[in-house]
Design a protein around this ligand. Structure first.
Ligand SMILES: Nc1ncnc2c1ncn2[C@@H]1O[C@H](COP(=O)(O)OP(=O)(O)OP(=O)(O)O)[C@@H](O)[C@H]1O
Ligand SMILES: [Mg+2]
Length: 216
């Protein structure tokens, strides 16, 4: 079973968007997916309520309500997490996952907030021992803007975590989300560019680089 968490203490950075899209991607590819929503706002659970009958099913658990038991037959567990997690709460979340993706927005406020947060994640014992692997994604980017280039430079400089992709700002995420779908389930002509941008994320998640290193 693969466990993947989307994490950033900054609100609105795209945690629920990345979580639900990943869940939809793996489910659409025939996998048994469990979406665990640790956020009491329940954005991921609300998304799933809109999912049309007939689309590949996704199981869900409200992680904010207590202990989560993962059924044995699950292939992928995706954790959506709340904003403002730090300290012990953050360490407890990190312990649950093999792979963590941190989405960061191109805004000075988000980049400033990301610096101590990313540092805290990278200094976590499990992460520094490579038992949990971390990658960075730029989200809601408009390539013509200066602040996008600032974000790109900023993420490239993070030595201990790879910067794996840039997701553009597009209404496709809202179009999919309001229907309980992921962009992978929208017509190809609409989302071709988005699928290309997701490709390195999926590649990273299927590579050994995103999985705990095995010690002898
Ligand atoms: N690439 C994108 N393009 C356009 N809109 C986006 C994109 N990513 C996220 N959004 C929108 O930005 C808003 C915030 O995204 P999302 O809810 O995923 O963030 P979050 O980190 O889960 O927020 P919270 O911290 O409140 O849980 C949503 O309205 C979402 O649809
Ligand atoms: Mg959210």
């Amino acid at each position: 079973m693969r466990s993947i968490m989307i994490l950033n203490a900054k609100g609105g950075s795209g945690k629920s968007t990345l979580s639900t899209n990943l869940a939809s991607y793996y489910a659409s590819n025939g996998n048994k997916v469990l979406l665990v929503d640790y956020d009491p706002q329940h954005s991921s659970l609300d998304w799933l309520k809109e999912r049309p009958v007939g689309r590949p099913g996704i199981s869900a658990v409200d992680g904010s309500a207590g202990t989560v038991r993962t059924p044995r037959n699950i292939d992928y567990v995706i954790y959506d997490t709340p904003a403002a997690v730090r300290g012990k709460e953050l360490a407890a979340l990190i312990r649950k996952s093999q792979s963590i993706i941190i989405p960061v927005l191109p805004s000075p406020i988000d980049m400033r907030a990301a610096t101590p947060f990313i540092r805290e994640v990278l200094n976590n014992g499990k992460v520094s021992r490579k038992e949990t692997r971390v990658a960075l994604v730029a989200n809601r980017c408009r390539e013509t803007t200066n602040v996008y280039h600032m974000l790109e430079e900023y993420l490239k400089k993070m030595r201990k975590a790879p910067f794996i992709s840039v997701l553009r700002e597009t209404q496709n995420y809202n179009k999919a989300s309001e229907r309980g779908l992921g962009i992978f389930e929208l017509p190809g002509y609409l989302v071709n560019r988005d699928l290309e941008q997701w490709d390195p994320i999926i590649q990273w998640l299927s590579s050994r680089r995103s999985q705990p290193i095995k010690r002898k």
